[in-house]
Design a protein around this ligand. Structure first.
Ligand code: FAD
Length: 402
């Protein structure tokens, strides 16, 4: 892959930068950097602006509502989003179920579901994990029994429990892995269902995380009736879709551009905070930690570019996405650790109630008050999308052939 930007790429970079500056909602500015609460309306407002421009589903082929960008343009785009401190885009439709539907779905499914993802109007959630089926996902027990309804149509009756379902409290639709053949070998009896979250029998219960946030949920399914035409790909072959989706999910988790922004932010903090009457940035131990982070991030960036180049030449993200996931999430965690270290004692007095509408103000500078909850929140990254230990197992088997 040629890593120098062409004149067209540089022109695209300018266009993207100017467009984001002109169109990023004013009320969202600063929210991502400060780690402020980002609500459903915040999310949807930016998604819809991008969707109206046709730039939301940035990685999708043009025929399904994507802009048809090259791998380099997509890379530039993610850099520009991070540079502008854009809120993180929801991956569940864009980089998870969307690609599954346009790769494995029927023409009817593509026509029905893809437009709502590409224009940012439909919110999706991921129903994979269950109690007892996280790392060992193929052990999932939520069952879907097929029957013929009184109207003569075919349906599934779904019963079971999903857990850790991110932002399911806002979701219009969910994609679920369910067991359709209990007698088959674990991976062979699973199907991939699209379920309207308003269907009777679905209950979403919050799980409050260490940082005090309502981000994840339990989802209970009790006699949930789903038309058979909502199954993507063949019955009992859902594991093929599941694996394909996980590879896409893991590549996205690397978040290189976002981490670059995080390092810039730490430098800003370290120029402001004092250490023995000197800006912290002059402390050689602190400087070394920033340098090590930057070196590791640069290495990750080139690995990601190689993966993108592979995708551009028709190879989907394969087991190397596990490598991106491990390094990307380790770097994200080191960034939040270093940010917490940089804000020092200001990281301690954290109260969840502090927000835009509160009379009380947090102690210390603005950049400090979310350092601790962000540190706690980002512990999740080495767990979700398949834990980093599991990614090491995948690399050992699929990349190293051990
Ligand atoms: C914040 C957050 C959001 C999430 N969002 C979603 C979501 O939206 N949808 C969804 O479906 N899931 C979601 N998940 C679930 C996530 O995918 C699982 O938590 C993850 O796969 C690990 O599964 P588990 O929690 O059951 O842990 P376990 O599988 O019980 O693992 C426990 C520990 O044992 C280790 N371990 C397990 N097996 C092995 C092995 N063979 N070799 C070495 N080590 C092993 C693991 O690495 C881990 O450290 C989310 C999780 C979190 C934390």
């Amino acid at each position: 892959m040629d890593l120098a930007f062409s004149a067209e790429d540089l022109a695209f970079q300018q266009e993207a930068r100017a467009w984001i500056a002109a169109n990023y909602p004013a009320e969202l500015r600063g929210k991502q950097d400060e780690g402020d609460d980002i609500g459903k309306e915040d999310m949807l407002s930016w998604h819809k602006v991008l969707g109206a421009k046709g730039w939301l589903a940035a990685a999708w082929p043009r025929e399904y509502g994507g802009p048809g960008w090259t791998a380099t343009q997509r890379y530039i785009w993610s850099e520009e989003l991070a540079r502008a401190d854009s809120i993180t885009l929801l991956p569940f439709g864009l980089s998870m179920v969307g690609p599954v539907i346009y790769t494995f779905g029927t023409p009817e499914q593509k026509a029905r579901f893809l437009p709502g993802i590409a224009d940012g109007s439909v919110w999706w959630c991921q129903g994979y994990s269950e109690p007892g089926a996280g790392s060992d996902l193929a052990n999932l027990r939520t069952k879907a029994e097929r029957f013929t309804g009184d109207d003569g149509r075919e349906y599934y009756r779904v019963n079971g429990q999903k857990t850790w379902t991110t932002l399911a409290q806002h979701a219009d639709w969910g994609f679920f892995l369910v067991r359709t053949d209990p007698a088959a070998k674990a991976q062979e009896g699973i199907s991939f269902l699209l379920i309207d979250m308003k269907t009777p029998g679905i209950t979403v219960r919050p799980i409050i995380t260490l940082g005090g946030e309502h981000e994840v949920n339990e989802v209970w399914l009790e006699d949930v009736i789903v038309p058979v035409e909502n199954r993507v790909y063949e019955e009992n072959k859902g594991w093929t879709c599941a694996k394909f989706l996980l590879a896409h999910e893991r590549t996205g988790i690397a978040a290189v551009a976002r981490s670059k922004r995080g390092i810039e932010r730490i430098k800003h903090i370290a120029r402001t905070e004092l250490d023995e009457d000197q800006p912290l940035i002059h402390n050689p131990f602190f400087k070394r930690k920033i340098a090590e982070l930057e070196i590791d991030l640069t290495a990750l960036e080139y690995t990601e570019l190689r993966t993108l180049a592979g995708e551009a030449s028709g190879r989907g993200p394969g087991p190397e996405s596990s490598l991106l996931k491990i390094k990307g999430t380790e770097i994200q965690q080191r960034i939040t650790e270093l940010a917490l270290e940089a804000v020092g004692h200001y990281g301690a007095p954290y109260f969840r109630a502090f927000g835009a509408s509160d009379n009380e103000h947090p102690i210390g500078p603005d950049y400090a008050h979310r350092a601790a909850p962000t540190y706690f929140n980002v512990r999740k990254t080495s767990i979700y999308g398949g834990s980093n230990e599991i990614q090491r197992n995948i690399i050992a088997k699929m990349v190293l052939g051990l």
